[in-house]
Design a protein. Sequence first.
Lengths: 246, 410
Amino acid sequence: MTTLLEVNGVSVTFDGFRAINNLSIQIGEPELRAVIGPNGAGKTTFMDIITGKTKPDEGRVLWGDKGASLLGMSESRIAQEGIGRKFQKPTVFEAQTVAENLGMALKQRRGPLRVLFGRDRGSEAERIAAIAAEIGLADQLTRISGELSHGQKQWLEIGMLLAQDPRLLLVDEPAAGMTPAEREHTTDLLKRAAETRAVVVVEHDMEFVRRLDCKVTVLHEGSVLAEGSLDHVTRDQQVIDVYLGR
Amino acid sequence: MRQGFLAKNPSVLWFLLLLALFTLAVTLMAQAGLVSTSLVKTLGKTLCLCLVAVAMDVVWGYCGILSLGHMAFFGLGGYAIGMWLMYARTEAIVAENLAARPIPPTPQEISDAIGSQIFGVVGSSDFPPVWAFAHSLPLQLMAALLVPGLLALVFGWLAFRSRVTGVYLSILTQAMTLALSLYLFQNESGLRGNNGLSGLQNIPGYGHVPQSTISLVFLWASALALGAGYILFAWVVSGRMGSVIRAIRDNEARVRFLGYPVEGFKLFVFTLTAVVAGLAGVLYYPQAGIINPAEVAPIASIYLAVWVAIGGRGRLYGAVIGAAFVSLLSSWFTGGSAPPIDLGVYVIQWTDWWLVLLGLSFVAVTLFAPKGIGGLFDLITARRPVEEERVGDYGPDQGAWRRREGQEEA
């Protein structure tokens, strides 16, 4: 397992509030990692920094084998580098069909002229169908995605991430609002995805994290409080005090 | 599963068919003397307005950029072609006058004579630098497309790069067209200030051809341009490109996280539509005969948005219907053809009250029929995603669309 992402001494301040405080995390490839922590611990800001939405005040974010810095790149450039993100609220393009949503996410050249002239290669339809089968939406391809249920939208968004074929997948609370059966399916999806790439899951739900069965990082007030297996961190006195004990 | 472009977009074929029938019918009626030359010109001009409305629909209805400055590009195209028309025609007249002299005129004398003819009205006789290419039709035609394109490219690059969106962008585009119009109003702009360019209906070298024939030629040219522009934009907004453009309209940030350079896409759409607007201007102003800075005033671009809104955003034929319907109705009302209504205590003169009526219809369409006139087509086509008999909500779970939402959005 080689290091894919290295976050080093990163701090962010919003209007005097220190959302991230000297945070350092390393993610390997392949790896499944769960990030937990109470509200306001900086979980979402952590993802914002990696994906380029928020620029940190100090620190380094290094990426890939060559250790390129992500801080100078635009959001779209970072996504092209191979970092995919799933938001807390399912954000699929509700006015478009499932197939159109997946098609847009497919890994390919992203420039306007490429998109305009590089149309409809036959293999794309097959790839879309394969991903739809993977996320269990094979018979919903022609539906407008706004019509899908909440759980189906979450899967569609995970499917869009898989279609992007990223090296690092950032997933924000994937199980929120899902039924137990849907959760199980989601766990399987994430575990399978983590066999070949790095997957970081931000989650509130301990039961869900336990099912993921992976290394856990606990965030608190913008920095790492503890790291290790779930059993290890849940025995940590500090963690119990700030998070579990509540 | 794979279909041709036209098979997937049946409305394009219908549109082209209707456009061809319309053009043929007008031509035949004009030759039979049933349609006056001025009406042919009005119809030809309307086709140009439809073309710029289609461009506006792509930039607003599909890409979500409410540009209130696209008539500036239209006007720039008009000015570019107008410069050649004026120059070439004045040159012919001057050459004819000077030829009667005993000594043949030098090129400098000819140039001076043309200059004083064109710029005498603003008290000057020198050619400003912007007229450098006015002698050449190909160069001015290129300018008619390149100048709007370049202006859109630079303006769009600055605006989109700074992530200016929504109402702020609309205000910026208004500022752009206002600035252009104020600049052109100055005599120093070199484009004859508030006089504008006139006599554009006289095509140099074709003085012997009657206007009734020229008007038909321009009608056909406008119809061709509208047809070609319609196909071009239908192609741009279909397939993957269309997907991305509509996605930018709905959630720009999400598109960025998919890896698409959103600014590049916006810039592409903005510039392409500006070039097409310039082309529409090239065909419009020889039919109108005159162009002046009022044509690029902010209100012109607002009208454009009103046409597209009334016709129905997000569908190309809606823009065509809106532009044709509202602009024809507008010339009927303001042309004095509409009979005044005598209320006893007050007589409604439509020349005064038309704008009030237009404003009220715009508000009514926005409030009660957001899909515009084009929405009527949903009633007769199969574009009804919600089955009538559906009773429950869309999905089995929380967060699924409720029945009402589905009907409103789809």
